[in-house]
Design a protein around this ligand. Structure first.
Ligand SMILES: C[S@@+](CC[C@H](N)C(=O)[O-])C[C@H]1O[C@@H](n2cnc3c(N)ncnc32)[C@H](O)[C@@H]1O
Length: 213
């Protein structure tokens, strides 16, 4: 899927990337909580899969000045903005960015590092058609004592049904599909990889937070 999906994402973000951080702060909820939960030790490595404009990596690099950060995205358009933002934040020496596809990646090929201590996905799995492959790859990329973190749209299970309908239609316009079986499939994959897992609905199910370790 790589090149078609890359063109699709470039199309979505070519103009959106200029207003992305300002607009998304109002509805990509729970991202800062995920960053707060990463809690890396000294010298540990953190990877964001589908890093977009670099917003999360910048926040995390400021919060954890003792850790090393890596990110990749399938969209070169997004990466243009991410590189600019990271340079502006004077973090280019601590955040390494490359282009890559979450459904088929190897940290060794992308960064020359076999495993990461933390791998996280922030509102990315809802934009990746083979999202289960992306989770499987992330689990493979994890150090034995590492953890994988996910924040994404939930099923709005405790919100009024009209809100749910409007949100789903609106997200569809951006090729975003909240994954109804995200919790079940993540749990299955985590268990297959011999890891524990947790699931936490946030904001009445607007977002879901998941972790495997
Ligand atoms: C909604 S944005 C989220 C960006 C960032 N994680 C955040 O929280 O602000 C989704 C990102 O996933 C990227 N993406 C979509 N499919 C991807 C794939 N197969 N591999 C890597 N990145 C992908 C998009 O290009 C986009 O930058």
């Amino acid at each position: 899927m790589s090149s078609n999906h890359a063109s699709l994402m470039d199309g979505v973000y070519k103009s959106q990337r200029h207003i992305y951080d300002f607009t998304r702060k109002y509805y990509l909820l729970g991202r800062d909580q995920l960053i707060f939960d990463l809690k890396p030790d000294y010298g540990q490595t953190i990877l964001e899969v589908g890093c977009g404009t670099g917003r999360n990596l910048i926040q995390a690099a400021r919060l954890y000045p003792w850790a090393k950060f890596y990110g990749f995205d399938i969209s070169e358009e997004m990466l243009i903005t991410a590189r600019k933002n990271i340079e502006k934040a004077r973090l280019s020496d601590r955040i390494i960015l490359v282009q890559g596809d979450a459904s088929n990646f190897s940290c060794q090929d992308l960064f020359g590092i076999e495993k990461m201590d933390r791998v996280f996905y922030s509102y990315t799995l809802s934009m990746i058609p083979p999202w289960q492959d992306a989770i499987e790859q992330g689990l493979k990329a994890l150090e034995k004592e590492g953890s994988l973190h996910i924040i994404d749209f939930g099923q709005q299970e405790d919100l009024p049904s009209f809100f749910k309908t409007i949100l789903k239609q609106w997200l569809k316009a951006f090729h975003v599909v909240p994954r109804a079986d995200l919790a079940i499939k993540t749990a299955e994959q985590a268990e297959k990889a011999g890891r524990r897992h947790s699931f936490k609905p946030l904001y009445k199910g607007y977002s879901w937070g998941l972790k495997a370790w």
